[in-house]
Design a protein around this ligand. Structure first.
Ligand SMILES: [Zn+2]
Length: 89
């Protein structure tokens, strides 16, 4: 069974069901409001978020402030901070 935590863009319901595909991407339909959309993977959204985190780290913003601003988990912020402090590692 399909398990997804992606909420419906229209009504916010998580009751999504697979509904065919478009250009190789799975299409989903919300069983609550019948809204249809192509599933957008989290990766590009996260990449943009992580870029923002790295920018804020460069500005010496505290990790907890970055968590508040971006919604990225603190351990992820800590991981990125480590990476930006020592890019070769
Ligand atoms: Zn919906």
């Amino acid at each position: 069974m399909l398990q997804t935590i992606l909420p419906c863009a229209k009504c916010g319901s998580t009751a999504l069901r697979k509904n065919g595909s478009s250009k190789g991407k799975a299409k989903y339909v919300c069983t609550a409001c019948r809204h249809q959309a192509v599933f957008v993977p989290a990766a590009p959204r996260k990449a943009a978020q992580y870029a923002q985190v790295e920018k804020l780290l460069l500005e010496r913003v505290s990790q907890r402030a970055i968590v508040r601003l971006t919604g990225v988990a603190r351990m992820t912020v800590a991981k990125l901070a480590k990476k930006s402090a020592n890019p070769s590692a």
